[in-house]
Design a protein around this ligand. Structure first.
Ligand code: NAD
Length: 484
C-alpha cells in the first residue's frame, strides 16, 4: 500500500507549500523498505517563513477568548476521532507498529486535544495580599509567544498533539518539525488542524530530511520564545545549550532507562504478564520501556518461566497482519544498537533465555526486525545495564533486599519511568517516594493519560506534558503592582 501518490507538502501560513528549493525526500516503510511517500524537504528559509507566519498570527490568536481557542481544539478532537481509522493506517504504514497499537495512539493523541480544549478555560490568575494598604497585586498568566516544537518517530501523532494542544490552548502559535522518519503522520495531523479551521499561521509544519539546520534556525531566531523537544537526551542537550544563548524557555522529554522491580511478595505470573506487555510495547521503542527488570532472587525462576512463555507466543511482522505484536525497529542503526548490546551482554556472562538474533524468515529480512529477547544474569558491567536500548530486549537482574534494589534502580543518569510490583502498601509507598523518576507505576504498567503529568527527572528531561502542568509550560507569569 502506498499512502500518498503525490508529494506531501509543508503547511506554512495556512498554505500547503513545496520546499523553498523544490527538493523532496522519500519515506520508507521500516517493515519492508517500500517507499510509502515523498515529502517536501524544507530548509532554513522554509523554517524562517514558518516562524514569521507564527509570529504574525500570534497577536490575533493570543487575543481570542479562551472559549474561542477551546472551540478549535474541540473541533480538531472530533475530526481526529472521525478519521481515526485512516490515521491509524497511515501510522502503521509509515512507522510499522501493529494497527491495534496505532488505533490506541490515535485515541491517546486525540485525548490531548480534548483535555486542553477544556484546560484553555482554566488559565487562572491570582490576587495576592500586598504589603501596603494603598497597593494591590494581581498576577496574570500570558502565552510565552512563538513555540518551536520538535517531535520523534516512535509516537508520531500523539507526540505532536501533546505539544500543540496545550500551546494553542495557552494562546501560543507553533512551528513544528516532525521526525524525518515519520513526516506523513505529521502531514495528516496538520490536515486535521486545517479542517478544524485553525487560522492561518497559528500552526505551521516544516518537514526536512536533515533536522540540524531547521533546529538551528528555531534556536537562533529571536522570534521563537520557547523550544519544546521530545527525543534523545543527546540532541536535547545540544538544543538546551544553544537555547540558553537567548534565554528561551525549554521543555525536554528525553530518554529513559526504566527499572521494573518485582518483590518476593508479588505474584510472579501477574508481574511477568505486566512486564512483557510494557517491555515489548512498540517493540521496546518507548521512552517508558523497562530497561532493567529487577526480580527478587527467590522468584526469578517462576518469573522467567512465565515471561519466556509469553515472549515465545509473540509474532513479528507487518502491522497490518492479524496477531502481530512485534513491529520493526526504525532503521538499521537501531538494529545495530540492539545487536551490539546483546553481544556485549553475552560476552560478559549474561544468559540467553530466548531470542538474541535478527528475524530473517518470511521476508522479514526486508525490514528491521529483531526477535523479542530475554537475557538473565545481567550485571552492571554490561552496556545494557547503563544504556537505553530502545528495542525488544528484556534484561533480568536478581536482587536480595529493598535497600539494594532501590539503590540499583536509582543508579542511572535517567529518571523517566519506574515500575514496582508488590502487594505491601508500606513497601510500595517507600519505593514511590524513594525512586528518582518522574512516573512510577505501582502494580500498574500504564500510568499515563492526557490528564496526568508526564516527564522525567535528571537527564530524562525538564518540564511536564499532559495534565495541569502541561499548559503551564506555555505560560509566563506577570505581576501587576497597582498603587491605588
Ligand atoms: P532523536 O533525538 O534522534 O530525534 C528526535 C527529533 O529530533 C527528530 O525530530 C529529529 O529529526 C530531531 N533532531 C535530531 N537531531 C537534531 C538536531 N541536531 N537539531 C534539531 N533536531 C534534531 O530521537 P529519536 O530517535 O527520534 O527518538 C528516540 C528518543 O526519544 C529516545 O531516546 C526516547 O527515549 C526519546 N523519547 C522520549 C519521550 C519522552 O516523552 N520522554 C517520548 C518519546 C521518545
Amino acid at each position: 500500500m502506498k499512502v500518498h501518490d503525490f508529494i506531501s507538502k509543508m503547511y506554512i501560513n495556512g498554505q500547503w507549500v513545496n520546499a523553498n528549493d523544490g527538493s523532496t525526500f522519500d519515506v520508507l516503510n521500516p517493515s519492508n523498505g517500500d517507499k510509502v511517500g515523498e515529502v517536501a524537504n524544507g530548509d532554513r528559509n522554509d523554517a524562517q517563513k514558518a516562524i514569521h507566519a507564527a509570529r504574525h498570527a500570534f497577536d490575533r490568536w493570543s487575543c481570542l477568548t479562551a472559549y474561542q481557542r477551546s472551540e478549535y481544539l474541540y473541533k480538531a478532537y472530533q475530526l481526529m476521532m472521525e478519521h481515526r481509522e485512516h490515521l491509524a493506517r497511515v501510522m502503521t504504514e509509515e512507522q510499522g507498529k501493529p494497527l491495534k497499537a496505532s488505533r490506541g495512539e490515535i485515541q491517546y493523541g486525540a485525548d490531548f486535544l480534548l483535555w486542553y480544549a477544556e484546560e484553555a478555560k482554566r488559565i487562572y490568575g491570582e490576587t495576592i495580599p500586598a504589603p501596603r494598604s494603598d497597593q494591590r497585586f494581581i498576577v496574570l498568566r500570558q502565552p510565552v509567544g512563538v513555540v518551536a516544537a520538535i517531535t520523534p518517530w516512535n509516537y508520531p501523532m500523539s507526540m505532536i498533539t501533546r505539544k500543540v494542544a496545550p500551546a494553542l490552548a495557552a494562546g501560543c502559535t507553533v512551528v513544528l518539525k516532525p521526525s524525518e522518519a515519520t513526516p506523513l503522520c505529521a502531514v495528516e495531523i496538520f490536515k486535521i488542524f486545517e479542517k478544524a479551521g485553525i487560522p492561518a499561521g497559528v500552526v505551521n509544519l516544516v518537514t526536512a530530511s536533515d533536522p540540524a539546520p531547521i533546529g538551528e534556525t528555531f534556536i537562533t531566531n529571536p522570534l521563537v520564545r520557547k523550544i519544546t523537544f521530545t527525543g534523545s537526551t543527546e540532541v536535547g542537550k545540544i538544543l538546551a545549550k544553544k537555547a540558553a544563548e537567548q534565554v528561551k524557555h525549554v521543555s525536554l522529554e528525553l530518554g529513559g532507562h526504566a527499572p521494573f522491580i518485582v518483590f518476593d511478595d508479588a505474584d510472579p505470573v501477574y508481574a511477568a504478564k505486566g512486564a512483557v506487555l510494557i517491555k515489548f510495547l512498540n517493540t521496546g521503542q518507548a521512552c517508558i520501556s523497562p530497561n532493567r527488570i529487577f526480580v527478587h532472587r527467590s522468584i526469578v525462576d517462576p518469573f522467567i518461566k512465565e515471561f519466556k512463555n509469553r515472549v515465545s507466543g509473540m509474532r513479528a511482522g507487518s502491522g497490518f497482519e492479524n496477531g502481530v505484536s512485534i513491529g520493526p525497529l526504525v532503521n538499521s542503526a537501531a538494529l545495530e544498537k540492539v545487536e551490539r548490546q546483546v553481544a556485549d551482554a553475552l560476552d560478559k556472562g549474561a544468559t540467553l533465555v530466548c531470542g538474541g538474533h535478527r528475524l530473517m524468515d518470511n521476508n522479514l529480512d526486508k525490514g528491521y526486525f529483531y526477535a523479542p529477547t530475554v537475557l538473565n544474569d545481567v550485571t552492571p558491567e554490561m552496556l545494557i545495564y547503563r544504556q537505553e536500548t530502545f528495542g525488544p530486549v528484556a534484561p533480568i537482574i536478581a536482587f536480595d533486599t529493598q535497600e539494594e534494589v532501590l539503590e540499583m534502580a536509582n543508579d542511572t543518569i535517567y529518571g523517566l519511568a519506574a515500575y514496582v510490583y508488590t502487594p505491601n502498601l508500606s513497601r510500595a509507598m517507600r519505593m514511590f517516594e524513594g525512586l528518582r523518576f518522574g512516573i512510577i507505576g505501582i502494580n500498574d504498567i500504564n500510568p499515563t493519560a492526557a490528564a496526568a503529568p508526564f516527564g522525567g527527572m535528571k537527564e530524562s528531561g525538564l518540564g511536564r506534558e499532559g495534565g495541569r502542568e502541561g499548559i503551564a509550560e506555555y505560560l509566563e507569569t506577570k505581576l501587576g503592582g497597582f498603587s491605588v
